[in-house]
Design a protein around this ligand. Structure first.
Ligand code: ADP
Ligand code: MG
Length: 236
């Protein structure tokens, strides 16, 4: 029964998500159709309308690609990776964006490797989502501080602290639900996707935010150790 319950819960979430995606895509489609119809009637092309149509198409594309990350087949490759390397890759990937926002990214890493079993591309996606949110919260620039520690031997703790405007209090209880956004061109999928990916890695993602002070995201992941492998092969 427990298994059945769990499955129906899962289906329910998938159904809700699908309904949400359909809804979010229908809006820009309606706009697109309207502009096309107008051009058909007037038999003329308005460049402003073309711009609007292109941005609506981009929006559909964005929603679909964020959503696809979740839909990826489950048989993903977990490999042992150093989180420090993954973070450095992501930061250099986002370097020009950081410049654009006038944001400085500071790293505070421990000197020892922080190995985890992970799907590298998924973790990269999480850090990209979180750093983009941090940048977007600091339109006048500031500092994002990323720390990486091993508080207890068997966990890796990653924190991302920004100096942005903070998360509106009324949004806090809804974070992790799809389509929660207060941005004009936001999809409201980034945090939900990130939370799911971290859950899929047996980790946790916590959000603290103070209006006008900033937002801190804390991620805890199980650390991979050589002895893990030995232990699991001895288990049988
Ligand atoms: P999106 O960025 O597309 O709006 P997300 O799921 O990434 O969607 O974030 C959801 C909402 O949470 C954002 O619209 C924003 O209001 C809030 N939020 C998330 N991260 C931050 C942050 N670092 N600072 C301020 N607000 C944030
Ligand atoms: Mg986002």
């Amino acid at each position: 029964i427990e298994e059945l319950l769990r499955r129906s819960e899962k289906l329910n979430t998938v159904g809700q998500l699908a309904a949400g995606v359909a809804h979010e895509i229908r809006n820009p489609l309606t706009t697109l159709r309207g502009f096309l119809q107008l051009q058909q009637q007037t038999r003329s092309v308005n460049p402003d309308h073309i711009d609007l149509m292109l941005s609506e198409l981009d929006r559909i594309n964005l929603i679909v690609s964020e959503f696809l990350i979740l839909a990826k087949p489950q048989a993903i490759h977990f490999q042992e990776r150093d989180v420090r390397g993954i973070l450095r890759d992501v930061i250099s990937f986002l370097d020009s964006q950081a410049h654009l926002y006038g944001v400085e990214v500071k790293l505070d890493f421990s000197s020892e490797p922080a190995l985890v079993h992970c799907e590298e591309n998924q973790l990269k996606q999480v850090f990209i989502n979180l750093l983009k949110n941090a940048f977007e919260a600091m339109p006048d620039g500031g500092t994002v501080t990323i720390t990486l520690k091993r508080p207890e031997g068997d966990h890796v703790l990653i924190t991302i602290q920004d100096e942005g405007h903070g998360i509106p209090e009324e949004l806090m209880p809804h974070l992790g639900e799809p389509f929660i956004t207060n941005k004009e061109t936001g999809t409201g999928l980034g945090l939900m996707v990130s939370q799911r990916i971290i859950q899929g890695h047996q980790g946790t993602l916590e959000i603290e935010s103070k209006s006008g002070v900033g937002t801190k995201i804390s991620i805890v992941l199980p650390a991979a150790r050589q002895s893990d492998m030995e232990a699991s092969s001895n288990d049988e």
